[in-house]
Ligand binder design. Structure first.
Ligand code: C2E
Ligand code: MG
Ligand code: MG
Ligand code: MG
Length: 290
């Protein structure tokens, strides 16, 4: 039977599911040594104030430099980190790296510089968790809570358990801000925006992608922006790739944009240079201001 099955032979005898499970197990094992092996790296992507072009914020995005496989996407390994519990340790590492760099950029670039970091649902909701350790660490670095933003997804608010509201209050007490990531893709009831203290809405990339005058995604984005502003939230559009998208968003009153148009996520040292270049007034802006 195997003869003639050709390229499907492998998947015929070894169910794809089993292969996938095995590869997940291997990767989870590798994940355990990744922290010790210093295989993680934090990348940074600028968040641009659309009206002024100022860059006082960045999102921290983790990368795993696997010794054999090269860069593994967080989309692939974060779920494994969650199911294995390693997400807690990884999250602590991300926090410390982000704190170290935000301190540097507050001193060397702008005193209000702010870094947002992502927390996956399990990480955010973990039982008995508190931000006391973070707060102590920030205090030791002489950093206020507002130097950080925690990005969570809207699904968390839907399943509004006590754990979620407790965590949100803890963040509030620490002065750390909160962003709702990938907004518009879940089923978030808008009333949660009023109930919980959220600072930023991040409009999902899937809306930005199809922005065009008079498109339904344009109408939805405009509605989200108006609503967010009424509730005193700032809006960040994800996945801004073209000048047209940037202009449409700016006209709609969107506060910030993030995406390949401005810069891809990059290693900290590269981002450092990026900020320095950005701080230099360009010939263009000098001409404009004269
Ligand atoms: P996210 O938080 O929604 O991050 C935005 C993602 O969009 C990033 O993917 C970023 O590289 C990508 N992106 C930014 N601008 C553009 C653009 O203009 N076009 C396109 N096509 N993509 C753009 P990335 O870095 O692969 O991260 C994927 C997801 O992994 C993140 O989505 C976040 O949910 C999760 N993640 C990343 N870092 C961490 C972390 O440290 N901890 C946790 N728990 N999750 C993380
Ligand atoms: Mg995010
Ligand atoms: Mg996002
Ligand atoms: Mg996303």
């Amino acid at each position: 039977a195997a003869k003639g099955a050709g390229r499907n032979r492998y998947s015929y005898f070894t169910p794809t599911l089993q292969v996938a499970a095995l590869s997940r197990m291997r990767l989870t094992n590798d994940l355990r040594s990744a922290l010790k092996g210093e295989q993680f790296e934090l990348y940074f992507q600028p968040i641009v104030h659309l009206e002024s072009g100022a860059i006082h914020k960045a999102e921290a995005l983790i990368r795993w430099n696997h010794p054999q496989r090269g860069i593994v996407s967080p989309l692939e390994f974060i779920p494994l980190a969650e199911s294995s519990g390693l997400i807690i340790e990884i999250g602590e590492w991300v926090f410390r790296e982000a704190a170290r760099w935000v301190q540097h950029w507050r001193q060397s670039y702008h005193p209000d510089f702010q870094i947002s970091l992502n927390q996956s649902p399990l990480e955010f909701q973990r039982e008995g968790g508190s931000y006391d350790g973070w707060l102590q660490h920030l205090q030791a670095l002489a950093l206020p809570g507002q130097s950080l933003v925690v990005e969570i997804t809207e699904g968390l608010l839907l399943d509004a358990s006590n754990a979620v509201s407790t965590r949100l209050l803890q963040l509030r007490d620490a002065g750390i801000q909160v962003a709702l990531d990938d907004f518009g893709t879940g089923y978030s009831s808008l009333s949660y925006l009023k109930k919980f203290d959220i600072d930023y809405l991040k409009i999902d990339r899937s809306f930005t992608r199809n922005l065009a005058p008079d498109s339904s995604d344009m109408a939805l984005s405009e509605a989200i922006i108006v609503m967010a502003h009424k509730l005193d939230l700032k809006v960040i559009a994800e996945g801004v790739e073209t000048p047209e998208q940037r202009d449409l968003l700016a006209t709609a009153g969107c506060d910030y944009g993030q995406g390949y148009l401005f810069a891809k996520p990059m290693p900290a040292t590269q981002f450092d240079a990026f900020l320095r270049d950005n701080a230099m007034p360009s010939a263009e802006s000098i001409v404009k201001s004269n």
